[in-house]
Design a protein around this ligand. Structure first.
Ligand SMILES: [Zn+2]
Ligand SMILES: [Zn+2]
Length: 289
């Protein structure tokens, strides 16, 4: 069997195994060395957040059976995409593809905050009243499908090698669980790590109830985009222990931390939906402090 065949056959199993291993490590880390005290008990939140993950995984597989790797293999096969037009070493192609894919995810995230209709979907992620490893799996199914569509288009445009796409998908899974976790990292380790990867303390700022902080630190894997595009904020104004997590318009646990509540959240009108721009990207309000 060729490499493409092996990739296609084992992609789901490999991603599933890595997901489970990292999930267990981060969950244990949160118990052994928590960064902050959680506001709610885990039970109901975890059932809801992991429930939506199962729905999303099944839905994305049903709509995109070949997954992102399959789309990359198709592009490779037909020579579709920019990278296939140049004579570059495989290593360089993979590196370039990883960087461009990560930039695309950053830009997509900014867009989901800036466009009111998209924010309705993305606010499901932000409405969690706590932030821990399960928050990293909590996205509305429609946002997941849109993200997958954008990712597919990006892969086709740049001609990302299939192996780069597989690495990227696994990295995004792993870093999402890591940077949403309630794990306490030694301060000095965090300071070094956040030059290479988005750390939990860095991403937590993005889950602050303060709108100007919600519109900071959009990165998922690489922390550089926030520095380059000046959306970086080092720490929440109220401190990590005292900051409030969530969005101002959704403070009711029955609505924001239940499975059914999350599914309908984009379609209900919350306080400030029509006129209030405070939940959205406001570059003036979001100037670095
Ligand atoms: Zn966001
Ligand atoms: Zn997040």
């Amino acid at each position: 069997m060729n490499i493409a065949g092996v990739l296609m056959e084992h992609e789901a199993a490999l991603r599933g195994a890595i997901f489970l291993a990292v999930f267990l490590v981060m969950a244990a880390w949160e118990v052994i060395a928590p960064r902050r005290q959680l506001a709610l008990s885990r039970g109901r939140r975890w059932v809801a957040n992991l429930g939506i993950l199962i729905v999303n995984t099944a839905l994305v597989r049903a709509v995109f059976p070949a997954a992102a790797v399959g789309i990359a293999l198709f592009a490779e096969d037909r020579g579709v995409g920019l990278l296939h037009a140049f004579e570059l070493g495989v290593g360089l192609k993979v590196l370039l593809a990883l960087i461009v894919l990560d930039l695309a995810i950053y830009l997509q995230h900014v867009m989901f905050h800036a466009v009111p209709l998209l924010w309705r979907l993305h606010r499901v992620h932000h409405a969690d009243l706590d932030i821990d490893v399960t928050t990293g799996t909590r996205f509305h199914p429609v946002e997941m499908l849109l993200s997958m569509g954008i990712k597919a288009a990006t892969i086709l445009v740049i001609g990302a090698p299939a192996i780069a796409v597989l690495i990227f998908e696994i990295a995004l899974n792993v870093t999402s669980m890591f940077n949403h976790s309630n794990a306490r990292l030694p301060e000095r380790l965090d300071a070094v790590l956040r030059w290479l990867v988005v750390t939990p303390d860095m991403h937590r700022v993005h889950h602050s109830i303060r709108p100007e902080e919600t519109n900071r630190n959009f990165g998922f894997n690489l922390p550089w985009w926030d520095r380059i595009f000046e959306t970086y904020q080092g720490a929440p104004r109220d401190g990590h222990e005292r900051m409030t997590i969530g969005i101002p318009a959704c403070r009711d646990a029955r609505r924001c931390t239940t499975f059914s509540g999350m599914l309908v959240l984009p379609f209900v009108t919350l306080r400030g939906d029509a006129a209030d721009k405070s939940d959205r990207l406001d570059r003036k309000a979001g100037q670095p402090r």
